[in-house]
Design a binder for this molecule. Structure first.
Ligand SMILES: C[S@@+](CC[C@H](N)C(=O)[O-])C[C@H]1O[C@@H](n2cnc3c(N)ncnc32)[C@H](O)[C@@H]1O
Length: 363
């Protein structure tokens, strides 16, 4: 067997230091069964171990949606299964959890991780915009609880191969669902300057939206933007910032937003049509709830929260919902310190009445 033999087995080079920075070096974090105590140690330091996700606002979600033994819960953004696990503890063996997610790779791992929970989990690789069709497939009249924790999971953010985060060097793919046809690279290549500018303004409140859009269009004429570091460099150039300036800003103010964060957010929302799916989900959700059913949504930016707030208010005005939450519930200081990724979270909930006669989605 020679090195050029495609079947030859070569060991992956192992990181031998004590402070792994790259995702590929964090193999210990990805195998917690072999390294007991490591996850607890990292979480105590406010870090999310690679390949995991810490569920947000658990007490608040469970305290308001109040899952009861025997109920049916649709967890529309299953992710790592953190919230699903918490629901399962309250539903008992007679309840049901139906989990949806578009991310096929993570869905398989989560199904495996949660295979011993009671009640058993039924999993669909499906966009939550199509929640109503799950009722038909499962021959159910409705759900008692519909829950969605929007946006991306830590596993997706931390994986450099997905290009979702400005923190890692990688291809600008950005798809949560690998079945989608267009990646971030494709959209940066094809969208008009006007559309790019509008997306940066509307989806992430980027103050330099017009300049960044112009720079993208100018740059792609000579070289396509395919990598995260190319897009970051472009944003820094537009904002006339150097890495040194940025580091100085960070030292002056803790938790300062990265200059490219808004650009990355807007592109990710576009690639995954996040607001389109959310609108459709919010439109059909009341029809998918049983009498007395509850819906809860955690959102992470103003565009999402606005849609949830409007939909719940309209639902209340039209008599679809009997009760809606007032101000959004946000994480306590302690949670933000322990899990900084929770800092932007906003949770809202609504309830349909016991006498609800909302027509079912099929009728
Ligand atoms: C913030 S994570 C959820 C984490 C989960 N609550 C937990 O405790 O592990 C969001 C998840 O929603 C999924 N997702 C995003 N948009 C979706 C959509 N339109 N339909 C279904 N799943 C979606 C993502 O793939 C990701 O896994």
């Amino acid at each position: 067997m020679t090195d050029s033999d495609p079947n030859s087995h070569r060991r992956r080079p192992r990181y031998s230091g004590t402070h792994p920075k790259k995702y590929s070096q964090k193999y210990k974090e990805k195998h917690p069964d072999k390294f007991p105590g490591l996850h607890e140690h990292l979480r105590a330091k406010g870090k999310t171990p690679a390949g995991t996700h810490v569920p947000i606002l658990v007490e608040e979600v469970m305290g308001t949606l109040r899952p009861q033994p025997g109920e049916i819960v649709a967890d529309c953004t299953l992710g790592y299964g953190g919230h699903a696990y918490q629901f399962s503890k309250r539903l008992g063996p007679t309840g049901r959890i139906i989990g949806l997610d578009v991310d096929g790779d993570e869905l398989d791992k989560t199904r495996e991780r949660l295979k011993k929970i009671e009640p058993a989990l039924t999993v669909f690789r499906k966009n939550y915009a199509g929640l109503a069709s799950v009722l038909q497939e499962e021959n159910l009249p409705g759900f008692d609880i519909i829950f969605a924790d929007l946006g991306v999971s830590s596993m997706q953010v931390d994986d450099p191969g997905r290009g979702i985060s400005y923190k890692h060097k990688g291809p600008l793919d950005m798809r949560m669902d690998s079945r989608l046809r267009e990646t971030g690279v494709d959209l940066l290549q094809k969208l008009s300057e006007e559309d790019l500018s509008a997306a940066l303004k509307d989806l992430s409140d980027e103050p330099d939206h017009d300049k960044i859009a112009r720079a993208i269009v100018a740059q792609r004429e000579t070289q396509p933007i395919t990598q995260t570091n190319q897009l970051i460099r472009l944003v820094f150039d537009v904002k006339r910032l150097t890495i040194k300036d940025w580091k100085a800003q960070q030292q002056q103010k803790f938790n300062t937003l990265h200059p490219a964060a808004r650009t990355f957010q807007a592109l990710r929302i576009l690639v995954n049509d996040e607001l389109g799916s959310l609108r459709q989900f919010l439109r059909t959700a009341p029809q998918c709830l049983n009498p007395g059913g509850r819906i809860g949504v955690i959102s992470f930016h103003s565009g999402e929260d606005r849609l949830v707030k409007q939909s719940f208010r309209e639902g209340k005005a039209n008599g679809l919902y009997e009760l809606i939450s007032g101000k959004p519930i946000t994480p306590r200081r302690q949670e933000v310190m322990e899990n900084p990724r929770s800092s932007a979270a906003k949770f809202r909930y609504a309830k349909v009445s016991q006498e609800s006669k909302v027509p079912s989605p099929e009728s």
